[in-house]
Design a protein around this ligand. Structure first.
Ligand code: ZN
Length: 100
């Protein structure tokens, strides 16, 4: 299976690490709604079809990407950065103490 990193192009899935379900909504950090936290931590969807997933290009640029993948056919419909403008290439990393 190939995943397309928006920065590196198509790469074998062995270069990527699955980071989880992209549909989860984390409760506010100050929330004391135990049911909401329990659902966030433990409940997972297991769809047979399109699934919104987060992957990390751990064997490459290390960026996180959002992938829409069909769990039955493994066809990837789209891939995009999780965050639009916070990607830093290895050669562009911030220096310690630099402002973001
Ligand atoms: Zn990459």
């Amino acid at each position: 299976m190939l995943l397309t990193c928006p920065y590196c192009g198509p790469r074998d899935v062995s270069e990527f690490t699955y980071q989880g379900d992209g549909n989860r909504q984390r409760p506010a950090p100050s929330s004391q709604d135990l049911q909401a936290w329990n659902e966030y931590v433990y409940d997972r969807q297991n769809p047979a079809g399109d699934h919104n997933e987060i992957w990390q290009h751990s064997g490459g640029c290390r960026s996180h990407i959002r992938v829409l993948r069909n769990t039955v056919t493994h066809v990837v419909s789209s891939s995009a950065p999780v965050r639009g403008n916070t990607h830093h290439r290895a050669t562009e990393r911030r220096k310690p103490g630099a402002k973001a």
